[in-house]
Design a protein around this ligand. Sequence first.
Ligand code: NAG
Ligand code: NAG
Ligand code: NAG
Ligand code: NAG
Ligand code: NAG
Ligand code: NAG
Length: 472
Amino acid sequence: MRRSSIMATTTTRPLLVLVATVLASSLLPPPSDAAAAAANPAAAFDSWIAKNQENYIVNMALYAKKAAGDGGKTLDASLSAAEEKKTTYVIDPSGKGDYATITAAIADIPNNNDRRVILDLKPGATFREKLLVNLTQPYVTFKSDPTNPATIAWNDTAATPGKDGKPVGTVGSNTVAIEADYFMAYGVVFRNDAPLAKPGAKGGQAVAVRVFGTKAAFYNCTIDGGQDTLYDHKGLHYFKSCIIRGSVDFIFGFGRSFYEDCRIESVVKEVAVLTAQQRTKSIEGAIDSGFSFKNCSIGGVKGGQIYLGRAWGDSSRVVYSYTVMGEEVVPIGWDGWNVAKPESSGIYYGEFKCSGPGADAKKKKRVGWALDLTEEQAKPFVGAHYIFGDSWIQPPSVTEGGAKGTEAKAPTAAAASANASSTTAASSATASSTTTASANASSTTAASTKASSTATAKAGTASTTTTKGAKA
Ligand SMILES: *[C@@H]1O[C@H](CO)[C@@H](O)[C@H](O)[C@H]1NC(C)=O
Ligand SMILES: *[C@@H]1O[C@H](CO)[C@@H](O)[C@H](O)[C@H]1NC(C)=O
Ligand SMILES: *[C@@H]1O[C@H](CO)[C@@H](O)[C@H](O)[C@H]1NC(C)=O
Ligand SMILES: *[C@@H]1O[C@H](CO)[C@@H](O)[C@H](O)[C@H]1NC(C)=O
Ligand SMILES: *[C@@H]1O[C@H](CO)[C@@H](O)[C@H](O)[C@H]1NC(C)=O
Ligand SMILES: *[C@@H]1O[C@H](CO)[C@@H](O)[C@H](O)[C@H]1NC(C)=O
C-alpha cells in the first residue's frame, strides 16, 4: 500500500528495488494499538491536537508566573547545585593532561555524582574509544573546540559480537552512550566509522551517539555515521548548531527532542530516511516523544533522495519549521512504514514555514496525511518550551572555567599540566532563544523513569516482537 505510493512517485526502476529493499530491511509488525486508534481515529486525533495546544497555553502561563516569582531563574535545583561546584579535567592522549583517555576519566567519576564534571578534550585529538556515561554519573560535559574539535570514534555495528559472543544489536553498537541525565557536549565530533552498510543489509546499524538520559544538550557538535547514526533514544534533548549525517533512519528513537539551527545531511546517493521517530502507547515514555526541527537545513549527496521521516509505530510525531530543504527531499516527503492507514492513525507529521526546493508541502504533493501546519498548530513545537527547556537548558558557556577537581578521585595522570586558558575556550553562542518559554516538568514522563536502557529496549522488543531491535 504505502510501497505502491512510493513506487508511483519515484522514477527509475533500480530505485524502486532499492526503496523496497531499504524499507524491507527493518519491518515492524502492525502496532498493537492500531485497533484502538482505528475505533474513532478522527475524534482521537482532534482531541489530541486540542490537548496539545491547551497544555501549551497552561505551560506558558506557568512559566510567566515562575519567572516573575523567582527572578527568572527556573533551573532544576539539583542542576544549579551541580553547576555551583563544577570541576574540569583535561583529557590529552599525549599524557600531558589529567587523563590520557576519556574512558579513564569516566571511570573516576563517582556514582551518584553531584557536581558538573567537564572533560576538556584536547582540541584536534582523536579518541578511539567506545564510551558509556553510566546513569549513575549525571552532570558530565564533553567539551572541546568547535573550530578544532576533538573526535570520538569507534566502529561497532549491530552485527559486531559482544562479550557473550552474540551480536551487540543496534542498542549496543554506539560509539558513545549517554545513560546519565544532564549531559552536555560542546564542539565535539562523535563518529561511528564502520564501513557504510549496503542499503537493506542486515546488521548494518552503526550508532554514533545513543542518548538515553534526559535533559541532554549538544552544541556545535558533529554526529557522523551511516545507518542509524543518532539514537535519540529517550528523554528531553536539545541539539543546537550541530551537524548530523547518516543514511537510513539516521535520527531515530523515542526522545522528545528539539533540533535548532542544525545541518542535516544524507551521506548516500541512494534513499535516505532522516527520521524514524518511535511513538506508541506500548512502550513506556514513548507517547510523550517526538522530534521538532527548527531553522535547520537538509541536504545530501546530489541525486540522492531523502525522506523526512517514516513512522516507527502508529503515532510517530515529527515537525519541521523554518527549515530549508534541499532538492533531495522527495516530493511525497514521508513514509508510513508499516502503518496500513497513516491517515487515520495517530501519526503527526507536519511542516511549518519551510523553504527550499524540497519544501512547499502543498505544491510538492506530500502524502495526503502530511500536515501543512497553521501557526497555532506549530507553536507547541517551535521553541525550547517543547522540551521544557527553561528548567535545564543552559548556554554552552557553562563549559567554561571551573576549579580543577581535587575532591573527586585522584586523577591518574599528573594534575600539574592543566592549562587554565585551555579550559576557557570561546563560547559565544547563547541559549537566550531557548529560555523564552515554559516548563511543566510533570507533564513529561520521559524524565521520570529510569529503567536500564537494555530493559527498555527489551520491553520494546517484547511488546512488538520485532522492533528496531529486529533491525539488529
Ligand atoms: C553503572 O554503574 C553501576 C554502579 O557502579 C554498575 O552497577 C552498573 O553495572 C553500571 N552499568 C553499566 C552498564 O556498566
Ligand atoms: C574497526 O577499527 C579497528 C581499529 O581502527 C580496525 O582494526 C578494524 O579493522 C575496524 N573494523 C572494521 C570492521 O572496519
Ligand atoms: C557554534 O555555532 C553557532 C551557530 O552556527 C555559531 O554562530 C558559533 O560561532 C559556533 N561557535 C563557535 C565557537 O564556533
Ligand atoms: C538560523 O540558523 C542560522 C545558522 O544555521 C543562524 O545563523 C540564524 O541566525 C538562524 N536564524 C534564526 C531566525 O534563528
Ligand atoms: C596554554 O594554552 C594556550 C592556548 O591553547 C597556549 O597558547 C599556551 O601556550 C598554553 N600554555 C602552556 C603553559 O601550555
Ligand atoms: C502539569 O501538567 C499536568 C498534566 O497536564 C497537570 O496535571 C499538572 O497539574 C501540571 N502541573 C502544574 C504544576 O500545573
